[in-house]
Design a protein. Sequence first.
Length: 267
Amino acid sequence: MGRAVDTVLTFSTQGAAAAFPTALAAAPGDMLQIRSFDRSKNAYLESVIYSAGGGQKGRVLSPMMHDNVTGLTFQPAEVPSQWSLPPGAAVELVPADTLQASGAIAAAGTILMALVNYYEELDGADARLHSWPDIRGLIKYIKSFEVDLAAVAVGAWTDTLITATENQLHADAHYAILGYNVSAAVDVVGFKGSATGNLRICGPGPTSTLDITNYFIYESERSGRPHIPVFNSNDRNAFFVSAAHHAAIAGGAASVYPIVAQLHRKP
């Protein structure tokens, strides 16, 4: 039992314009119900990543939030939206509550929303998440490497092995994932493996307006909670880059470049 970040993907594919609020369904393998956790600890909705064409409304609500009428409603102009909640703020979650996600779209296409849920303690999970002060004094090398994404289908996660394109990580070394770059816009980018409790820890994948090279450092500092994943390179054959997008992406058409720090020792 330990910390976990769980990114929940929701979507709705429409054949024509869809008025707000159009309900979004969880992607295969994900669920909108909050996972059960010990009430002596806390869980938070930390960020909402939204993609439905610029200027379309999105909404997240539940009976356990402030209200179940308009809930958290926002209208970001950017695609994908980066944060729809203020830096440093988070919405407290209740075990087994079910969130509702909705959006709109101006023409035929897919509405996509990802909800990033942070659990201070979750049964069956023990993600290796750290804060920046845990990491910065242990850095031996900085390394970036290329991961050419496998084909990304609409309304589903695509997990690409981090060694799919290159395999230059040193054996039996601990690596902290500081952030990433993308070669083409991808709505949601993240990581999944034993070091993340086999749940996805994700952020947005824009090509402009946001520096994502230090994304997990920033998430840790803005929230005051550990967010920097640390994995052992010996687990590289079961560690993945996760991606989701509102439109299909052909295999190899987009690349993610994780930016990692090799550490002198395990933090």
